[in-house]
Design a protein around this ligand. Structure first.
Ligand SMILES: C[S@@+](CC[C@H](N)C(=O)[O-])C[C@H]1O[C@@H](n2cnc3c(N)ncnc32)[C@H](O)[C@@H]1O
Length: 285
């Protein structure tokens, strides 16, 4: 028995559906929780158990059931200023470098790949909003994408529960950038207008960016890909990255032994740069 009460083939089919739709594989502790995660979906669709859910997925043409099932198996864990020193470092170093690199066009494009319910993109938007004068005359495009339509609908609305708003967000920022409403804490319009959110599978879709990405966040997503998927993912990130750009990974993630598309930045700790950017720099030196 892989996880709980259902047949082994039911678990295998569900894991196969998740992997083919998102590239994600389930770690043993998540397989164990699959039944609990899918309970609300089964209730909503009037399905009695996991075997019945799999049977419905195989026979029904309901796109909604498939989307809901995949969504419920994804790990959407996120919070504001997650690994907050990364944001401090980016504000102090990467953005300063990008100011110099992009001085002519005065435009910076930031892509949050696997943005979940939006906290990571709102964290960056607040940094820019708080430095309005410094970035006057600059166009800052912030794009957040995720394969989960449920997460992206939440990100677009920008409404967070008391628990979510307190995770990582200092009180001053909470009251400055969010309004307390009956339904929770709502991001102010001035913050929401700074970000474009859309549903995208990063392994197959091209992100809706106006130009090459100068700063890409892809944190705590590659972790759940198999090595071949991870290599594909890095190649796709590189495809839309500006020649001189930075990639931010999660604390437990690295490019070492995973890809030859990116290398650790020699300038900025914890960030990565396209490998060919390094080659050009060495050649120019
Ligand atoms: C654990 S969350 C991390 C959120 C945020 N980046 C952070 O570090 O706080 C991972 C997110 O990646 C998304 N994801 C998984 N596979 C994806 C894919 N193939 N394309 C786009 N997003 C994906 C999941 O839906 C989930 O919201």
């Amino acid at each position: 028995m892989m996880g709980g009460t259902a047949s082994e083939s039911a678990y295998r089919i569900l894991m196969g559906v998740l992997e083919s739709r998102t590239g994600q594989t389930l770690s043993p502790n998540r397989i164990w929780r699959i039944e609990m995660s899918l309970k609300p979906v089964m209730q909503r669709h009037g399905i009695v158990d996991l075997d019945a859910l799999v049977a419905a997925l195989v026979t029904s043409t309901s796109r909604q059931l498939l989307d809901d099932t995949v969504d419920a198996m994804l790990n959407n864990e996120t919070f504001f200023y997650r690994e907050h020193s990364v944001f401090d470092d980016i504000a102090k170093t990467a953005l300063e470098q990008l100011r110099v690199i992009n001085a002519d066009k005065r435009r910076i494009t930031i892509w949050h790949c696997g943005v979940s319910t939006g906290q990571e993109a709102y964290s960056m938007a607040m940094l820019f909003a708080e430095q309005e004068a410094r970035w006057a005359g600059w166009q800052i495009d912030i794009v957040g994408t995720d394969v989960s339509y449920h997460a992206i609908s939440r990100a677009r609305v920008g409404l967070y529960s008391q628990f979510e708003i307190q995770r990582g967000l200092p009180v001053q920022r909470m009251v400055r950038w969010f309004d307390q409403t009956e339904g929770g804490w709502l991001a102010k319009a001035d913050l929401r207008r700074r970000i474009d959110f859309s549903v995208q599978n990063m392994l197959t879709d091209r992100p809706p960016l106006a130009g090459p990405a100068d700063l890409i966040f892809c944190r705590n997503l590659l972790l759940y890909f198999s090595l071949p998927m991870r290599q594909k993912a890095f190649a796709r990130l590189r495809m839309v990255a500006a020649p001189q750009s930075f990639l931010v990974l999660g604390a437990g993630e690295t490019v070492l032994g995973q890809t030859d598309q990116y290398v650790a930045s020699p300038r900025l700790r914890g960030l990565y740069e396209p490998a060919d950017q390094q080659v050009r720099r060495v050649a120019a030196a």
